[in-house]
Design a protein around this ligand. Structure first.
Ligand code: HEC
Ligand code: HEC
Ligand code: HEC
Length: 471
């Protein structure tokens, strides 16, 4: 390939375009265009300098906000730890239950960090407060205990209460309950009835919070009235009751109960089949709800129940109304939960307990209970699609479908559901969505773009003026 003069090519290129206006301009505007270039260069330099200065000024705030991010992550994790381990004794919002002290106590905020850390790690001897540190046989690492201290000193207890409810760990049975007097008297007539009576009263005051009414178990502790537990040896049961099971919520009771009382409880567990259901009753504690749990309940109801019970629970020819005063009056949340979990055998009402988690069923109950305030005295059934001319189909059907299609509630419930399955409620999902958008508009990115644009502009205008000079 022979040598080709670059200048020649450029010349032809420019001549081909024949920029008449440029020729005129280049004759009398050459010095001026240099001025423009210098100004642009100066501008770009100043922009970079200003950006760097701003960045340096912002550095301390940036570090602070990074520290804040870490604290927020730790508080997030601590809320879940609290829900799983502490809410059962210290309450939904750290308010304390019965004799267990409150943790939302201002005195704890000013208490030295190490002191609270020590209480949680080692527990309080001769009280129900167990040791939580791995070193003392507990289930939590030092890091997790530090997170819990942070929660106690900096956390938001309302948000923590919502977390407990969303994870389905809200204590639904109060800390203590009263045995049914009539049934208790009946038990007194059994052989060695007095021992059973004593044990039932201790169970009602000390064990029901975890092991549930009639010992049926809860989401945090196993059933004690089942054959598996009954078949354990007296020695095994006595050991568990006296010393607890290391690393679980089951604390040892030998410091609090006498050997006779522990032996009575073991007798109760062994003979539970003789104790009538309802002796240690489930009190009517409303299932707590949050905005998230209602949204989840609403979504699950539309997807699974509305085709039989109607979009607003009015009932259809297929299933009765569950949005009517007579339904709400005599059914506690626990009863509704049980109907949904077990279904109604011999009818079209399916068993939902094997398809949904306890959290999901409780969310539906919370959603249905909301209707009580506006529930009619007499139900008017809805006609599901197909029954008669379209104008006879109840308009509420279309209404609710429309609402179901609105992107806002459905997308927020999706987040709720997805996040609930991995036990990490949606606050994090929401914020990550927000920070994604804001990271695109981050000032550092904008500054880089500005610098790149001005460099490109300077280069282009420089190139142009070069071309003009060479002609
Ligand atoms: C089995 C019930 C139970 C559980 C579970 C429990 N605690 Fe306690 N906690 C207690 C009792 C009872 C006390 C009061 C001890 C006393 O009388 O000094 C207490 C006291 C405390 C105190 C001291 C409060 C004060 O005012 O001095 C802290 C802090 C504490 N618990 C944190 C926790 C944390 C964090 C968890 C979860 C990891 C937890 N507890 C789980 C029963 C419990
Ligand atoms: C703070 C919650 C809590 C309280 C209060 C509690 N337990 Fe437990 N209990 C548990 C947990 C959790 C387990 C399961 C431990 C495990 O996984 O090994 C358990 C296990 C047991 C077991 C062994 C069950 C088995 O199948 O092996 C017995 C027996 C028992 N508890 C009796 C009692 C009695 C009696 C009381 C009242 C004096 C009581 N518990 C109070 C949480 C509790
Ligand atoms: C295939 C149709 C069908 C579906 C789907 C269905 N149900 Fe039912 N449900 C029924 C029928 C039929 C009954 C009446 C049973 C009876 O005769 O006692 C009933 C009864 C009930 C009752 C008791 C009403 C009363 O007055 O005692 C409740 C509560 C209930 N259903 C809730 C639900 C919930 C919540 C869902 C969704 C998770 C659901 N049902 C899904 C058919 C259905």
């Amino acid at each position: 390939m022979s040598f080709v003069d670059k200048k020649e090519i450029l010349k032809t290129f420019v001549t081909l375009r024949d920029p008449l206006w440029l020729k005129k301009e280049s004759n009398n505007m050459n010095p001026k265009s240099h001025l423009i270039e210098s100004l642009i260069g100066l501008g770009a330099t100043m922009l970079i300098a200003a950006g760097l200065g701003w960045y340096m000024l912002n550095e301390p705030t940036r570090i602070l906000s990074a520290q804040e991010d870490v604290l927020n992550i730790q508080l997030e994790e601590a809320m879940t730890l609290y829900a799983e381990n502490c809410a059962v004794c210290h309450g939904l919002n750290g308010e304390g239950i019965g004799a267990t002290p409150a943790l939302n106590n201002p005195a704890l905020v000013t208490m030295p960090f190490e002191e609270i850390q020590k209480t949680i790690s080692r527990g309080r001897y001769q009280t129900a407060m167990p040791a939580w540190s791995l070193l003392d046989g507990g289930p939590l690492s030092d890091y997790q205990i530090d997170e819990l201290v942070l929660l106690i000193q900096y956390g938001d207890w309302t948000e923590t209460g919502d977390r407990v409810v969303n994870l389905g760990l809200a204590p639904l049975v109060p800390f203590t309950t009263e045995a049914d007097p009539a049934l208790l008297e009946q038990i007194g007539a059994l052989p060695d009835g007095a021992t059973l009576q004593t044990a039932i009263q201790i169970f009602a005051s000390s064990c029901v919070s975890c092991h549930g009414a009639d010992g049926v178990g809860t989401s945090i502790a196993p059933a004690l009235n089942d054959t598996d537990t009954r078949e354990k040896t007296v020695e095994d049961l006595t050991r568990t009751l006296s010393y607890g099971n290391t690393g679980t919520l089951m604390a040892g009771w030998s410091n609090i109960l006498t050997p006779e009382e522990i032996s009575a409880l073991v007798t109760l567990i062994k003979r539970w089949e003789e104790v009538p259901t309802g002796t240690i009753p489930a009190p009517d504690v409303p299932i707590p709800t949050t905005a998230e749990s209602i949204a989840l309940g609403s979504q699950l109801y539309s997807a699974n129940c509305s085709r039989c019970h109607g979009p607003e629970g009015q009932g259809t020819p297929r299933a009765p109304s569950i949005n009517v005063q007579s339904f709400f009056v005599d059914k506690s949340d626990q009863v509704i939960e049980q109907i949904i979990t077990l279904g109604v055998p011999g009818t079209a009402m399916p068993t939902w307990g094997d398809r949904m988690t306890e959290v999901e069923i409780q969310a539906i109950v919370g959603f249905i209970r909301q209707w009580e305030a506006t529930a009619p005295e007499v139900a008017t059934l809805t006609r599901p699609g197909g029954g008669g001319p379209p104008w006879r189909n109840n308009t509420t059907t279309t209404d609710t479908t429309l609402f179901g299609l609105l992107p806002l509630p459905s997308s927020s419930t999706n987040t709720t559901e997805a996040s609930m399955t991995n036990g990490n409620p949606s606050i994090s999902t929401h914020t990550s969505g927000g920070s994604q958008t804001s990271s695109l508009l981050d000032w550092r990115v904008l500054l880089m773009l500005g610098v790149l644009l001005s460099i490109a502009f300077t280069l282009i205008s420089k190139g142009w003026s070069e071309l003009r000079q060479r002609r």
